[in-house]
Design a protein around this ligand. Sequence first.
Ligand SMILES: Cc1cc2nc3c(=O)[nH]c(=O)nc-3n(C[C@H](O)[C@H](O)[C@H](O)COP(=O)(O)OP(=O)(O)OC[C@H]3O[C@@H](n4cnc5c(N)ncnc54)[C@H](O)[C@@H]3O)c2cc1C
Length: 489
Amino acid sequence: MSAASPVIVWFREDLRISDNPALAQAAESGAPVLCIYVHDEASPGIRPLGAASRWWLAGSLRALDASLRERGAALHVLHGSARDIVPALARAAGAGAVVWNRRYGAAEIAVDTGIKTALREAGIAASSFNGRLIHEPWTLTTKAGGPIRVYTPYWRAMRAKGAPDMPLAAPAALVGAPFPAAGGLRAVPVDALGLEPTSPDWAGGMREAWTRGEEGAQARLEAFVTGGMAGYGEARNRPDMPATSQLSPHLRFGEISVRQCWHAAEHAEASGSVRASPGDLETFLKELGWREFSYYLLHHNPELARRDYAPRFEAFPWRSDAGQLDQWQRGRTGYPIVDAGMRQLWTTGWMHNRVRMIVASFLVKHLLIDWRRGEEWFWDTLVDADPASNSASWQWVAGTGADASPFFRIFNPVLQGAKFDPDGIYVRRWVPELAKLPSSVIHAPWTAPRPILDAAGVRLGSSYPSPMVPHDEARARALAALRSLSAKA
Ligand SMILES: Cc1cc2nc3c(=O)[nH]c(=O)nc-3n(C[C@H](O)[C@H](O)[C@H](O)COP(=O)(O)OP(=O)(O)OC[C@H]3O[C@@H](n4cnc5c(N)ncnc54)[C@H](O)[C@@H]3O)c2cc1C
């Protein structure tokens, strides 16, 4: 490669400039860099991005472009098949090398491997790096060398490997290579991708809730490690408190790296600058571990979003009920904690983890609707919709997954609400038609005496729905369905 041959940095799910091994390597080479993002609608992942993720992506790409420009480069966005575009662009630009950070789904790996081969055949170097995980899936195994199936031994194996590498600094300056005029390829503005809604513009609640991009991600991390992490161990289950980091969409799009989160949390606890206990820290690191484990499961089970991890569930008698699915999606189930969660999701693109577990359990066990319908809805509406964490978590709640919560553990949404939102603050925020109910009945309005409902302006069945299924009946039906499965086995 000649001294002036550019290096192409192909950004994918790593939309940041700090702790980005591919970008760091390109910058260190001293060659001009051509930074690209290829919007591949026929993307090889589990399915194309959902609507909320598309919205997030638009902001993230703009933010990355701005950071690269501050350092002398820019982000060139292309639209089409990465398989065709990346090798063609490399040839047109006379690139000496193409670098990227790795992905872990089987289909993505197949695309990346094909591109690597095509580049090398054309005499262009191609290198990939780990920019997404602490430990890549093939680096942890059981003693016998097979995949680990249970979280606790996975976490032990991960811990035994020691702390993750220290994050890399952002390159101070870059030399941007011009986009090649030859080759017939065209870079397009982010707006031309049509990622954000126009009419109707349903993204207002998301714009209010989030700052997309690396700076927003760093600000969230800073706020968490200097504040919210104190008490995280207990309070993380409380949707009525701002107790968790809300880093998930930033991690999803790689605006921040898991190593940065890990080290910032450890540093804050060790330096004593926050009142976080070692237990708070360990609980937070363990959640990052669940993210790693989800990628591990996806890597070893590429069909994780489609097929029951436990094959015996393939014969489960799921019900198909479009009307009930719609009530659940719209937050009109008549169970306030479920409805609050589904409305938080619709408005902000995010839902608290405890409530995700409650609403998922409700869909799968109270309504007996296939977990795949829930996974698809979350995929479309979550700003953090993640091919690994979403599938693994749905299967975990449904009892079909690896090391899953057993199917017979059926959450009572009233008790869950009373335990984790004791004063009804979360429900009042997201289900305003119940806001005037006293806390004693807010999670079960149908138990309130008529005068209390009247005083709060609640008319069950019109201003707020009655429960769509009685809890005890739903529970009995779910257990019978499970028994029918056992009988078939
Ligand atoms: C049904 C269901 C679907 C889910 N779908 C997704 C999804 O699509 N994308 C996603 O990122 N998370 C998903 N989760 C996991 C979890 O709910 C979110 O990661 C968490 O709520 C994000 O909030 P936070 O950033 O404040 O988390 P924190 O509590 O601050 O945790 C820090 C980080 O650890 C990771 N993490 C935490 N809990 C989990 C978990 N159980 N599994 C995997 N990673 C975890 C996330 O990256 C998170 O940002 C799902 C959980 C359930 C029950």
